[in-house]
Design a protein around this ligand. Sequence first.
Ligand SMILES: [Ca+2]
Ligand SMILES: [Ca+2]
Ligand SMILES: [Ca+2]
Length: 318
Amino acid sequence: MSEVNREELRKRLEGESLIERIGYRQKVAILSKKEVIAKGAKIRRENRLASDIEDKMRHPQFGFHCLHYSVSEAAGVLRVKIINKTGNECTVGVKTIDAEAESPGDYIAVDQVIEFEQGTKEAEISIVIVDDDAWEPDEDFFVQLYDVGTKQDLKGEDTRCRVTIMDDDRPGQLVFSEKKSLKHPADAKECIVGVERIHGCDGVITVKYKTIVFDRVKNKALPDRDFTHVEGTLTFKHNETRQDIIVPILKREDEDENTVRDEIFGVKLFDADPSIVKISKKDTCIVEIVTDAERKKQAEALQQLLDRINREEHTSWG
Ligand SMILES: [Ca+2]
Ligand SMILES: [Ca+2]
Ligand SMILES: [Ca+2]
């Protein structure tokens, strides 16, 4: 649903009383400043009761007890109370209306007729709230009373009730495993750039990556000469906390055993999805292709030793 449609829907559902609505909205803005709630927490909260509004704003016969509930995603079921003000034998229809929260992804829609017996002043309906692992903003749906005969919505400020579903999932943040620059030995063919998902691992998230050339750097590494350009999308499944980007490193054509390699390029992360997933301020990992001097020395020493053994064998047996 587009933002405009949502806004229109909300206007229709929140009724005509502009002054009341502004006051209420400010209150709700404070209340619904996205609260951090523990995963799996069962929260059911009544934010605003029908008794808070003036009598003349209410329907004479039927109404909700509470006009705005907040419920955590993991609450399982929300029970919504409907009042039969006269206590007479009568019927009323009650149905849910999607807004940002939609049935059946976020909750299970209800449309039923409630039959009050003589003297019964209250009834409850149960609405199932659907839990998942995906991050979402806090989302609303509405519950509406209607006339069973005409199917028309009942008039009055207490004949619709708003339900806010509070999300409890943390998709996490993305950082490179290597906090400084990654020194990659030139003779190792694959450079592995690790990406860690921290502070939460709920739901599936993705992030794009690509290698980049540092144009203004003197010893910049170039694609097809020093490394192979790669780009793509990393997908972290639910509970997955690490993914690797693999960049093929090339042997330079002009390279011989005296060449000392020292070139740099970058691997950049961008466009995380959902966009609430933060990428570390350091969104580019610097890779330094280096000749491993220590390893080279060891290899040379080993070669000298082998040569000597060879020579000695020749002397002894030759
Ligand atoms: Ca949901
Ligand atoms: Ca959840
Ligand atoms: Ca969720």
